[in-house]
Design a binder for this molecule. Sequence first.
Ligand SMILES: [Zn+2]
Length: 422
Amino acid sequence: MSFLTGLKCLRCGTEFPPQKMFRGCPNCRGRLVSNVACTYDYGRIKQAFKKELLAERPPTMWRYRELLPPDEENIVSLSEGMTPLVKCPSLGERLGLKNLYVKDESRNPTWSFKDRLASSSVSMALQFGAKGVTASSSGNHGASTAAYAARAGLDCVIFTTEDYPMTMRTLMQAYGAKVVSTPTRKDRWKLQEAFVEEYDWYSTAPFVHPPPGYEPYGVDGHKSIGFEICEQLGWRAPDKMVAPVGGGGSLYGSWKGFGEFFDLGFIDSKPQMIAAQVFGPLKNALAKGLDYVEEVPGRPTVAFSVGGTGGTYQALKVLMDSDGFAETASDEEIMEMQLELAATEGIYAEASGVLSLAVVKKLRDMGKVAQDETVVALLTSGGLKDPPTTQEYLPDIPLVEPDMDSLRKGLAEAYGYVLPSV
Ligand SMILES: [Zn+2]
């Protein structure tokens, strides 16, 4: 048996026994919608879980299984987690940061951070005896849910729209999910809600508006990001963690992970959490002192995974509780950073993920990060999820004749590059 004791509303504090809860707290609905979060028997966890045990455990997120929701026999795993925390000295020097790290989540089984959520969420789907798994998704989430449903032997239906990269939809279908498109995002939520009500399948993603956030057992999978960062930094927390935020599942999960390790006495401080967004709904909410997140204007963006114009209370609460803040970056700043990271550190990250680093660069310019602070930027997925967008920011590859003068001319014309003298 796991150490899970139930669920608790982040806003009103109402507690519930363990159950499926896809719509957030039933007492907090509408504008003040709030997610619920998993609660555990921390007294028993303290007895059972010692950090010394980790040396013998495999390098997956399930090395922290006492702090995760499913019973051990229901765990659906593809060896997700324990992704590298990569120090970036070259980019750090360019940004004036001595201790800049990226958590490279492209090293997960379906190449994104969502595998942590899907592994925990689909494990709980098995535990609750679900007949199938479903989600509404723009890409990474749907691909990951499809893969873990396949691993669990559960049927999977994914609701999407037509304005997302072919790679994402191909992944979902390749993993065996039945993928359908609806005319708009709101249509897909409406249809998915009707589907869940009629067939009682397990939903790994929210389908009500405004959204409470991802379902609580999946969000707890993201705690492993915080656990791993502490372990990889030698049992300490960074000074600042910057994460791209749509629904805020990874922001909230990481923060909860840092908090649990702090309470267990494994680390002696917690980081300031910073939300990176395109349109800034969290920045707007903080500036106005709101205790909910209102919609802000939006448009199509290269960072489509986090291109929402709304937000969740759980993300806002993390920023308030950690004395954190939110900052935005434009498409141009994101794409510039995508290429700068790839060319200086050899890491090609998804535009939505590299938003975190684009925000770090802005914060340095604004004087909001000191040069000796330890900063961790979450890179949520790899660039191969959407190469055509990157291609738009790259020069055409020159076709050159097979002689040295043509080579020099081609390099100069396409790249402005002059070969160093011999
Ligand atoms: Zn509530």
